[in-house]
Design a binder for this molecule. Structure first.
Ligand code: AMP
Length: 131
């Protein structure tokens, strides 16, 4: 069965898209640890990030770097944090999280910020503007 992220790539499930190339896609995380938390994925479905071949891995990393720079311009933060977990969704992805405090990168964080669909949409558009 296709991963939920493959279904996003196929357009079967909506997302708040931030950036796209022929091979990679970035969209806002639906349950963000911090404002602007987003995911960068290869469009090709491969579960474990370290199973990407060298070209795919490099492509995803360079895409994430470019997205991180756009994110930093769009969302006030000290730095953009990077994390790879992949315990929930079996489709390789890199989390990019704007950091203003160490607590902003905490997968166990209970008090996650909430955004309306309109706020997600505006945020995605603002990041996309800088990509
Ligand atoms: P993990 O696989 O542990 O790295 O976590 C998967 C991440 O994907 C979590 O942060 C979820 O909030 C996020 N997520 C799951 N489904 C969606 C979706 N449909 N759109 C955006 N983010 C999602």
């Amino acid at each position: 069965m296709a991963s939920i992220f493959s279904r996003i790539v196929a357009g079967e499930i909506p997302c708040y898209k931030v950036a796209e190339t022929d091979t990679c896609l970035a969209f806002l995380d639906i349950n963000p640890m911090a404002k602007g938390h987003l995911l960068c994925i290869p469009k090709k479905e491969i579960d474990y990030i370290f199973d990407l071949d060298d070209a795919q891995f490099t492509d995803l990393q360079l895409f994430s770097k470019r997205v991180a720079k756009a994110l930093k311009q769009a969302v006030q933060c000290i730095r953009v944090g990077v994390a790879v977990q992949g315990l929930d969704v079996p489709h390789a992805h890199i989390h990019l999280i704007p950091l203003n405090s160490p607590d902003d990168l905490d997968f166990k964080r209970a008090d996650r910020p909430k955004f309306t669909p309109e706020e997600f949409q505006q945020l995605a558009a603002e990041i996309a503007r800088h990509f």
